[in-house]
Design a protein around this ligand. Structure first.
Ligand code: AMP
Length: 361
């Protein structure tokens, strides 16, 4: 609190006739309940109502509703060379694609950044095999996963007409950040991929359509929302491989980059690796983080930060207006405090206040 000259260390005395907005809220007399308790319970109640409205909304909308009126869908045949798939992703500005097995004429799962991260782990363990890796096709990726000993990603999907609430639950349970929408073709009775729904699209849909997100006025500090302990970070001088190991070993989608004072200077994201291995050339993986981040495309949406005193109402405003996938929680000097990702927000809006049995492990 600021102090006046000549009155060191003491609060500014209240001036006669000067009314602060909070004075209106103060009850008169000692026997009245404490004002901040009343205020807090109103915030508490609004928070509960806000969450309920979002859940009600998700229960009456389907994944179809989230899709734009017109959209394109790029599907990869599993016999496509991995290096070609990278070129197509970059050319089209996308980071995932459903897979189609033309031998069996069936949907074969979703190709995501995690598959490329696994391939890089494999390359790191077997650099002498680079010419063989060059010939890998998308259907080799499952063997790569086996070879490096990671669990193959569970292929979850949902029918586009199921309630969005169910799609969100399924994504939380499987820890998937995106999920294919799969319908059955009337004629052939075969599975048919309609589109892919992502955490980002769902939260943006909520931000745009549910005005009661404005009721979510509890600060992050109170909600304990996000991760604040055991944060995985790196430096500009760290090697890209080190960061990739962190992403894979901790199943996270980004690592904040700090300077020696703990100040956040950037964030390395899992999607950044796509540019580094474009065309199936792995040399850029030997760069350090600083050099690698200079290769980012010009339409990079930027780093979003927030403070521990920020609230979900303003965070939903940011989601409505911008392409944000995470917020780095910083103090007033931009030093790292925590990280809040779309997974955290989705889990909170779906499961807060529900029984522990309903929460994923
Ligand atoms: P994400 O996959 O990035 O949405 O994150 C999954 C979970 O890991 C969330 O609970 C995040 O708060 C947490 N998380 C994300 N990035 C990091 C990081 N660099 N260090 C520690 N935890 C993280």
């Amino acid at each position: 609190m600021a102090s006046l000259p000549g009155n060191p260390g003491h609060e500014t005395p209240a001036q006669e006739g000067f009314v602060q907005p909070s004075s209106y809220l103060r009850p008169r007399g000692q026997s009245q309940p404490m004002p901040h308790v009343e205020l807090e319970s109103a915030i508490e109640r609004d928070q509960r109502i806000g969450l309920q409205r979002i859940r009600d909304f998700l229960k009456v909308r389907t994944s179809y509703d989230v899709l734009p009126l017109s959209f394109r869908l790029i599907i990869f045949d599993t016999s496509l060379l991995v290096k070609k798939s990278l070129t197509i992703l970059i050319q089209n500005g996308i980071v995932s694609a459903p897979l189609w097995d033309s031998n069996t004429s069936s949907f074969a799962g979703l190709l995501t950044t995690s598959d490329y991260l696994n391939l890089i782990q494999y390359y790191w363990q077997n650099p002498e095999q680079v010419t063989r890796i060059d010939q890998f096709r998308l259907n080799s990726l499952r063997e790569v996963e086996k070879a490096i000993g990671v669990q193959p990603l569970e292929t979850v999907s949902i029918h586009p007409q199921r309630p969005l609430y169910e799609a969100c639950r399924r994504m939380l349970e499987s820890r998937a950040r995106r999920m294919p929408l799969v319908d059955i073709d009337d004629e052939t009775k075969r599975a048919m991929v309609v589109s892919v729904v992502t955490q980002y699209r769902i939260l943006k849909f909520v931000a745009v359509n549910v005005s009661e997100t404005q009721l979510l006025r509890k600060p992050l500090k109170q909600l304990k929302l996000g991760t604040y302990k055991n944060l995985e970070t790196a430096k500009m001088e760290s090697s890209v491989f080190d960061v990739i190991h962190k992403l894979v070993n901790h199943s996270i989608s980004s690592v904040p980059i700090l300077n020696s004072d703990g100040v956040v200077t950037n964030v390395f994201e899992a999607v950044d690796v796509i540019t580094l291995i474009k065309g199936g050339v792995y040399d850029d993986l030997n760069l350090n983080v600083g050099e690698a981040l200079q290769k980012r495309s010009e339409d990079f949406p930027g780093i979003y930060t927030c403070s521990i005193d920020d609230r979900l109402d303003t965070i939903f405003d940011t989601i409505r207006k911008s392409r944000v996938h995470r917020l780095v929680v910083v103090d007033e000097d931009n030093r790292l405090i925590g990280i809040l990702t779309l997974s955290d927000i989705l889990e909170y809006i779906l499961l807060e206040g529900e029984g522990d049995d309903d929460k994923p492990d």
